[in-house]
Design a protein around this ligand. Structure first.
Ligand SMILES: [Fe+2]
Ligand SMILES: [Fe+2]
Length: 266
């Protein structure tokens, strides 16, 4: 089966990128299942029922999140009612929502999806290494096809977690930095890895936000309003080919697809 993972969808341009680019990608690569990180889909900060719905309608099956989870209060509607929405698993016990799910649909083999968040240079949560180990063990009783979105800042934390799980999951792809890395590979045990998927949204920007206010912030150390940028929209992520029978990855490929500029009327 082929799983497409889409890196952080940023604001309206990011949602537009998914809507306009996903159908052709799905066809071209014969994609079976689409997972997208939606933590920045509402105005660049957080996610709402409405922005999630737009992403689902565009063809995404499961939405993951990260440290921007709580930026919009409407997220509670997703945490409480939306089975296709994940928050990082390693929040304290009692946190609303779910950190993993099993996708069973469209005659596919069952696919488990887990969302985790790092702790290095990020707000402290439960230890993602222990959370991941226990959850993977639990889910492997149901399916060998397991995908993890590890939302983390430090490359070492992402590589170490993926190495720890090599052979017991199909793939781990990192998110959060919004910068796509070039280290896609399959580890010896059969786990596909990419340190960061990048982001889906406006790339004439600093991580999806307008450039000038961010430069000004660095120059003056004073808070600025960071609006979502405009300009060239890319859909970024990773396409993973997984052997249904073994759950091991056969191939991983980076995706960075540009939205063609609008054609101007003659
Ligand atoms: Fe993040
Ligand atoms: Fe993000």
């Amino acid at each position: 089966m082929k799983l497409l993972f889409i890196g952080d969808v940023v604001g309206q341009p990011g949602r537009r990128g998914v809507r306009e680019l996903l159908p052709a990608l799905r066809q071209r690569h014969g994609i079976d299942l689409v997972v997208a990180n939606g933590e920045n889909s509402a105005g660049g900060s957080g996610i709402t029922v409405k922005t999630a719905e737009e992403i689902f309608l565009a063809g995404v099956d499961i939405i993951t999140s990260g440290d921007h989870l709580w930026d919009q209060k409407e997220v509670m509607g997703l945490l409480e009612n939306e089975k296709r929405f994940l928050r990082p698993l390693n929040y304290p016990a009692g946190t609303p929502g779910q950190g993993s799910t099993i996708f069973r649909n469209r005659n596919l083999a069952a696919v488990a999806i887990i969302n985790l968040q790092g702790r290095t240079f990020m707000p402290p949560l439960e230890n993602p290494f222990h959370s991941a180990k226990a959850e993977v063990e639990r889910l492997r009783a149901v399916t060998k096809i397991i995908f993890i979105d590890f939302h983390a800042e430090a490359t070492s934390e992402k590589i170490a977690l993926a190495r720890m799980l090599d052979g017991s999951i199909s793939a781990l792809v990192g998110t959060h930095t919004h910068v796509q890395t070039a280290d896609e590979q399959i580890f010896p045990g059969g786990t596909a890895f990419l340190c960061d998927a990048g982001f889906t949204g406006p790339h004439e920007s600093v991580l999806g936000r307008e450039i000038d206010p961010i430069i000004k912030r660095f120059l003056t150390s004073q808070p600025q309003k960071f609006e979502v940028a405009a300009g060239t929209i890319l859909l970024q992520g990773a396409l993973i080919d997984i052997d249904d029978a073994t759950g091991k990855a056969r191939n991983i490929q980076r995706i960075s697809e540009a939205l063609p500029p609008p054609t101007t009327a003659p």
